[in-house]
Structures are given as C-alpha cells and as structure tokens.
Ligand binder design. Structure first.
Ligand code: B1M
Length: 224
C-alpha cells in the first residue's frame, strides 16, 4: 500500500482529523486525515484509491477495536469526523454533471439508526455515476420515505442500516413502499445485511458496496 494511504488509515483509526486537532496527544502538530488526503490527491492518487485503501481501511480497524472493547464511542466519533473531513475533499471528484442526471435516488438511513458514513459514501459514488441524490439524512421514518417518493416521481429509493435492531425498521419501510408504490425500486445496503435479508424483505437490490448500487441503477437507466 502507498505510504500516504497507510498514514490516512492510521489518522482515521486514531481520530486525527487535521493538524489543528489536539487529539490524539501523541500526534499533536502532525498532519491529519485532511492534509494527508490533500497530499495524496496532489500526488496523483485517485479518489477511489484514497477511499478504499485509506479511509475505509482505517474505519474497519476502529470498528474491530470497538467490537473488542478496545475503543469506545468517543473514539469512534472522532474517527467518523476524520473520515468525513477527508471525504469533503473527495466529494467534488465524485460529482456528475447536474444537467445530465440519469434519474433520482432518494437516500436515507432507516428509522432508529444514526450511522451515516456508509450512506454518505454510497450517495457520493452514486452521484458520481450520474444520479441526482436526494439525501434524507438519518433516522428516516417510513412516512418520510413515502412523502419523498411522492415528491420525486419515478425515483428509486436507497436505504442504509447498520444495526441488527434497525434492520426490522428497514423491513417495515420496504414493505410499506412496495404496498403504496409497487413500481418503486428499492436498493438496500449496510454491514449487517445480506442477500437473503434483501430477498426476504422484497428489496430489488442488495448492495454490499456502493458500486453494486451504481451498477444496478445503471441497469435501470439502460433499460429505460
Ligand atoms: Co456504531 N455500531 N453504534 N457507531 N458503529 C456498529 C455498526 C457496530 C457493528 C459496532 C460493533 O459492535 N462492532 C454495532 C452494531 C452491532 C449490531 O447491531 N449487531 C454498533 C453499535 C452497537 C452502536 C451503538 C448502539 C453504540 C452505543 O451507543 N452503545 C450506537 C447506535 C446509535 C444509533 O444508530 N441509534 C452506535 C453509534 C455509533 C457512532 C455514532 C459512535 C458512530 C456513527 C457515526 C456516523 O455514522 N456518523 C458509529 C460507528 C462509526 C460504527 C462503526 C465503528 C463503523 C460504521 C461505519 O461507518 N463503517 C461500526 C462497526 C463496523 O461497521 N465495523 C459500528 C464504515 C462504512 C463505510 O461502512 O456503513 O457498512 P458501512 O457502509 C458500507 C457498506 O455497508 C455499503 O457501502 C459502504 C462502503 O462499502 N453501504 C451501502 C452502506 N449503506 C449502503 C447503501 C447503499 C449502498 C451501499 O445503497 C442504498
């Protein structure tokens, strides 16, 4: 792995946002995820490389520590902040020409769930693939999804869930959408999901990663 990508991963894992951030104390005064991401871009690395080999690697590592009780909620929040700061620099590189949208994706994290990093990442990549993304944020109720479908005629709906408890809310929302608007396609993603779960709840596409979502949407626009 390129050295700067390894450093970016460490910054995300340790919650080192930028040079000005005092945390963690042993990295005070050093470059953070923000400056290193800018250096990587300046050195010619692609946004995809930085995302997949730097930022996501760091987030996976802090996730493992969190699971093993070696890191706690404040550590994970700082890691999320470091990742978001770097993602802001990558975002313009994933953006498509607003005059040539292939369709609209209404995207949200399901009710009860506040995790938004995966959703934001998927939104960014799908936007880059030429879709207008209407971001509903986190903790999005079934009613809000249904209202957004009415307001964005012909849209596809994307949902993210990171908690086994909120997978049940996802199921309820997908079923309500299919009942109220059977033609609306629904794509779902999030670490605890599986193809089996997506099939069971009636989603049209299970996305283990954003690219799968972009490919499914591409197949819809190709068939339109
Ligand atoms: Co939370 N959390 N968290 N957390 N958190 C997990 C999910 C957990 C697995 C950690 C663990 O125990 N190892 C665990 C869930 C256990 C379970 O349900 N079985 C957990 C828990 C328990 C909790 C709390 C309950 C902790 C507490 O309060 N005691 C709490 C719940 C709050 C709530 O939502 N109501 C909580 C809180 C938080 C923070 C706020 C601290 C923070 C979220 C910050 C934020 O999102 N702004 C946080 C984080 C960061 C995590 C971990 C560490 C990382 C999640 C993440 O962002 N991953 C996570 C552990 C882990 O996953 N390793 C954990 C990186 C992201 C890029 O991956 O979201 O999977 P992911 O997205 C991927 C794919 O899934 C896919 O694309 C992305 C890129 O590949 N994808 C889509 C996702 N959605 C998609 C949609 C698509 C397409 C692709 O189209 C529709």
């Amino acid at each position: 792995m390129d050295q700067v990508l390894g450093q970016i991963a460490v910054c995300v894992e340790r919650g080192k946002i930028n040079m000005a951030s005092p945390f963690p104390p042993d990295l005070a005064g050093q470059n953070g995820a923000e400056e290193l991401t800018q250096s990587a871009l300046d050195a010619g690395l692609s946004a995809e490389e930085i995302l997949n080999q730097g930022l996501i690697v760091g987030m996976q590592k802090i996730g493992e520590k969190f699971r093993n009780n070696e890191a706690f909620v404040p550590d994970v929040l700082l890691a999320a902040k470091a990742m978001n700061a770097a993602m802001k620099l990558l975002e313009p590189l994933f953006k498509a020409d607003a005059n040539r949208f292939k369709g609209t994706l209404v995207m949200g994290t399901v009710a009860g769930d506040l995790h938004d990093i995966g959703k934001n990442l998927a939104s960014m990549i799908i936007q880059g693939a030429g879709w207008k993304v209407v971001d509903m944020g986190v903790d999005v109720s079934t009613e809000k999804f249904l209202d957004a479908i009415k307001a964005n005629e012909g849209c596809v709906v994307g949902m993210s869930a990171l908690l086994t408890t909120t997978m049940a809310n996802m199921e309820q929302t997908v079923r309500a959408i299919k009942e109220a608007s059977p033609a609306t396609k629904v794509i779902v993603g999030g670490a605890p999901l599986s193809q089996e779960f997506a099939d069971k709840v009636g989603a049209d596409c299970y996305c283990p990663d954003p690219q799968r979502g972009a490919e499914f949407l591409e197949s819809l626009s190709a068939g339109a």
